[in-house]
Ligand binder design. Structure first.
Ligand code: DC
Length: 397
């Protein structure tokens, strides 16, 4: 589909120990979107196969039927935004048992199987259809999301990657021999780079960042620079005409926290714009609102979930030799999804009641229970956040 071209997906690929996971989490946090750790998917699948009694590395490994069963058993889904993003397996967050070196080796072994790659491709692309993502792995930019609007490839010398792994292990209270770690990393590189299907390599249009002599903050800054540059070139990006009035993502979140109402703009394809004022809450990096389960808005969102949501606050008309207004505004471009999980729905209804009727917050839970059945709740997942403000000069300093 051509409309997926330049979709809001940032890919971060690279070899084991290049720092992908840490950085992907930080980038996702900054952008306010979910982070997908695809290595964790391969690790989970590998452990699932081991549990079923298969050694993925040996010739008598799993057959097509066993693989089908393991795929079905994984039931991957994604929850949360930014650093709080979690990969779920059968509705439960994946556990720490996938983080061992052995699980990593087993993952690399199953990753060579063409059926496994096909399954992962289908599952990962489906997640990309549902959410804007920072997707981290080995083949995100080359095979899974070739249309991603920004692609990063992180590399580092084997020595430095081994040293970083050792620090991680020590921080977790474990110890290991650096030479052994280095040897394992080398083995895994060979396995990842030499497999026939989706080998590890940078996409032609990837920004390559050699992190050997960089600390995490410097790498983060380099990635965010690449994201900003790609965003400036991407059609979805909304550039501020007045760059001096642009506010940072913290100011935008702060404004969304404080804002009273917002306006949701929808496109029903008829060339008549449709915009509706809404009460809303900001929770875990997403904007939530509620409405009746049917109606014009609901019908449009079901057909086209691309929306724009704007909030204005802190308005104050001023006269400074000419007429003007102080204000702060936020604009979210993103996708809207119905919230189906009952707990999430209840949480949002409680937050809404608390925000708009703080004097009656004690009854929020009861209200949420009662309205659950006849109220729809929607979540806007931002693809682009921008903010603009003109403040009293004293407030800026
Ligand atoms: O990033 P990681 O160490 O958690 O990944 C574990 C293994 O999974 C890696 O050695 C190869 C495989 N993998 C892959 O083949 N493709 C991906 N997109 C992610 C991981």
């Amino acid at each position: 589909m051509t409309e997926r071209v330049r979709s809001m997906i940032v890919t971060i690929d690279g070899p084991a120990g290049a720092g992908k996971s840490t950085l992907a989490g930080r980038v996702a946090e900054e952008l306010g979107i979910p982070c997908l750790d695809t290595g964790a998917m391969f690790r989970t699948l590998a452990l699932e196969l081991q549990r079923a009694g298969f050694d993925p590395a040996c010739a008598s490994g799993p057959g097509a039927r066993e693989l089908e069963q393991a795929f079905a058993a994984c039931g991957f889904s994604l929850e949360g935004v930014g650093a709080a993003s979690r990969l779920l397996c059968r509705g439960q967050p994946v556990g720490d048992e996938i983080r061992t070196e052995q699980a990593g080796m087993a993952a690399a072994a199953v990753a060579v199987l063409p059926d496994v790659r096909e399954f992962m491709k289908k599952t990962q692309r489906a997640l990309g259809d549902k959410y804007p993502l920072v997707a981290e792995g080995r083949d995100m930019g080359t095979v899974i999301f070739p249309e991603a609007f920004c692609k990063i490839y992180l590399s580092a010398s084997t020595r430095v990657r081994a040293a970083r792994r050792l620090l991680q292990l020590r921080a977790a209270g474990r110890d290991a021999d650096i030479r052994e770690i280095e040897e394992r990393i080398r083995e895994r590189d060979v396995q990842d780079e030499s497999r026939a299907s989706a080998p590890l390599r940078p996409a032609d249009d990837a920004v390559i960042v050699d992190t050997t002599d960089m600390d995490a903050d410097t790498v983060f800054a380099a990635i965010m620079r690449a994201v900003r540059e790609a965003r400036a070139a991407a059609p979805v990006a909304v550039r501020m005409r007045r760059r001096d009035r642009e506010t940072g993502s913290e100011a935008v979140s702060d404004l969304l926290e404080r804002g009273e109402y917002g306006v949701l703009s929808l496109d029903d394809g008829s060339s008549w714009p449709y915009a509706v004022p809404l009460s809303y809450v900001l929770s875990e990096g997403a904007v939530y609102f509620h409405c009746a389960p049917s109606g014009r808005k609901v019908a449009i969102m079901a057909r086209n979930n691309r929306v724009c949501f704007t909030v204005v606050a802190d308005t104050e008309p001023v006269y400074e030799g000419s007429f003007s207004t102080y204000y702060a505004s936020a604009l979210i471009t993103g996708r809207v999804f119905p919230v189906v999980d009952e707990e999430e729905k209840k949480r949002v209804l409680v937050l809404l009641a608390e925000k708009y009727s703080p004097a009656h917050a004690d009854k929020a839970g009861m209200y949420a229970e009662r309205s659950l059945k006849n109220t729809a709740v929607y979540r806007i997942v931002p693809e682009l956040l921008s903010g603009k403000a003109k403040r009293r000069p004293s407030q800026d300093g």
